[in-house]
Design a protein around this ligand. Structure first.
Ligand code: 5GP
Length: 190
């Protein structure tokens, strides 16, 4: 039976780096492409990074109950996992990896139970998290303030998940992530 690996964290804790590393390391893992109403950033490709939808189309999919989970992550910016995306990957015999925020991750874990492993990536401290958010040059002043406020709240979700992985030294965190994925997917040491 194919499984799902849910990687979640406060904004800026390094979950995207960890997800990318896992995708490179494990052939059988496939990235769950989410739908979103936020505009694409430079270099992002529709259908690969996200399915970029208008608010109208996104709402339409909510009404038709096509999402496994969705959240308004920032005011007016919606993100969600389409049920079809999960079905498609499992049909292709792939295990799925998710890069999603804490509320969506909590809901997916509830829906899929033992078929899912939900890992919370934790920054070493709130100060370090704020520093990492400030370093990102994709964020304007306003969204940075929004992200810090959100990250503080997200840190309180830690107990909802199967495992907590502290991302202090990235190299160590990547190795730990590999080990727990290998165990969860029942893979031999390569
Ligand atoms: P970004 O705009 O930086 O790509 O993503 C913003 C936040 O939304 C990140 O924490 C990301 O993990 C989260 N996110 C991406 N896709 C989904 C999704 O399908 N559902 C939920 N709940 N969050 C998502």
């Amino acid at each position: 039976m194919k499984k799902m690996l849910i990687i979640t964290a406060p904004s800026g804790a390094g979950k995207t780096t960890i997800v990318r590393h896992l995708l490179k390391t494990f052939d059988n893992l496939s990235f769950s492409v989410s739908a979103t109403t936020r505009p694409p950033r430079a270099g992002e490709v529709d259908g690969k990074d996200y399915y970029f939808l208008t608010l109208r189309k996104f709402n339409n999919r909510i009404k038709k109950d096509l999402f496994a989970e969705w959240e308004e992550v920032y005011p007016g910016k919606f993100y969600g996992t389409l049920k079809k995306e999960i079905a498609k990957k499992w049909r292709k015999k792939k295990d799925i990896v998710f890069d999603i925020e804490v509320k969506g991750a909590t809901n997916l874990k509830k829906l899929y139970g033992d078929r899912a492993l939900a890992v919370f990536i934790k920054p070493p401290s709130l100060e370090e998290l704020i520093k990492r958010l400030e370093k990102r040059d994709t964020e304007s002043k306003k969204t940075l303030a929004e992200r810090i406020a959100r990250a503080k709240e997200e840190l309180t979700y830690e107990n909802n998940f199967d495992m907590v992985l502290i991302n202090d030294d990235l190299a160590v965190a990547l190795k730990e992530a590999e080990a727990l994925v290998r165990a969860f997917l029942d893979l031999e040491e390569e």
